[in-house]
Design a protein around this ligand. Structure first.
Ligand SMILES: [Zn+2]
Length: 285
């Protein structure tokens, strides 16, 4: 009996051993699945910028800190850029229809980088071309000021507004109201100070527009832009200034640069008895 039991047990163990695999199968290496890092969707990237922001590639950005933004010296411009100003008349909206009261160029001994157009406080001021608001803020000189970047790289600036209606980043169509005319900042009397700029440099609005008595039209549908368009700026940059230091006087500045006191006074719009402030800039040529 015992022999029979032992025999059956032996058979059972033998069966187990025979049916066991002769090698251990190794599971294939599966790359560990890394839990995905939760990425917050980027609300703004370079592709969006190229697509959304006018002339982003030309400016390599959209500076919202400085009113004039990036500055590239256009007086040294080597090439000619053909700017498509407009394709047809509906690509343009007159900022304001009014009398031209002060032109681009020298105003006494100071440069004036725009044109002044008479209006009444509260009159609607309109955006000239399709574009995006780069600056909408208050400045001590410009008052309430709006700067719009356009697709062709031009920027237009609207100053001394009584009210800003748009905010930075707004997309505007030509002719849309951006603010109300006023007399804010360094201004005497309600008017619109209007500038055209290219790569941060002032461009005479008469190069772009035909501005006559109460008319404001596009001069040509395209503008060939080269260094000649910035000749006024070249003149301005030749001006030299003396920074007033402790102990300076008009007599001393006159002797130092060999310029008469009366000429210095004329250049700076001051009289001979003017007390100079330390740090003040006095033009001497
Ligand atoms: Zn002005």
């Amino acid at each position: 009996m015992l022999k029979g039991i032992l025999f059956c047990l032996g058979l059972f163990i033998g069966f187990i051993c025979l049916s066991a695999p002769d090698s251990v199968s190794i599971p294939p290496v599966v790359e560990a699945e890394v839990a995905p890092v939760e990425m917050k969707p980027s609300i703004w990237n370079i592709n969006d910028s190229l697509f959304n922001i006018p002339a982003f590639d030309l400016y390599c950005g959209f500076d919202q800190k400085k009113i004039w933004g990036l500055k590239v010296d256009q007086t040294k411009k080597q090439d000619t850029t053909l700017l498509q100003v407009a394709h047809d008349s509906c690509d343009f909206g007159s900022p304001w229809v009014g009398r031209l009261t002060s032109d681009f160029g020298w105003r006494g001994s100071r440069p004036h980088y725009g044109v002044d157009i008479k209006l009444q406080t509260g009159d609607s001021v309109r955006n000239a071309f399709d574009g995006m608001v780069r600056i909408a803020r208050y400045s001590s000189t410009y008052g309430n000021v709006i700067v719009i970047r356009h697709e062709n790289g031009l920027e237009t600036l609207y100053a001394h507004l009584s009210k800003r209606i748009v905010i930075e980043g707004d997309k505007l169509a030509a002719g849309e109201i951006l603010g109300l005319g006023g007399n804010t900042g360094r201004s005497s009397g309600s008017h619109l100070h209007f500038e055209t700029r290219y790569l941060g440099e002032p461009l005479n609005p008469h190069d772009v527009f035909e501005i006559n008595d109460s008319t404001f039209k596009i001069k040509n549908q395209s503008l060939a832009l080269d260094a000649e368009n910035f000749i006024f700026l070249k003149e301005v940059r030749k001006i030299k200034y003396h920074r007033v230091r402790n102990g300076d006087s008009l007599w001393r500045i006159s002797k130092r640069y060999g310029v008469s006191i009366s000429r210095i006074c004329r250049l700076n719009g001051i009289n001979k008895k003017k007390t100079l402030r330390i740090g003040q800039k006095i033009r001497y040529n």
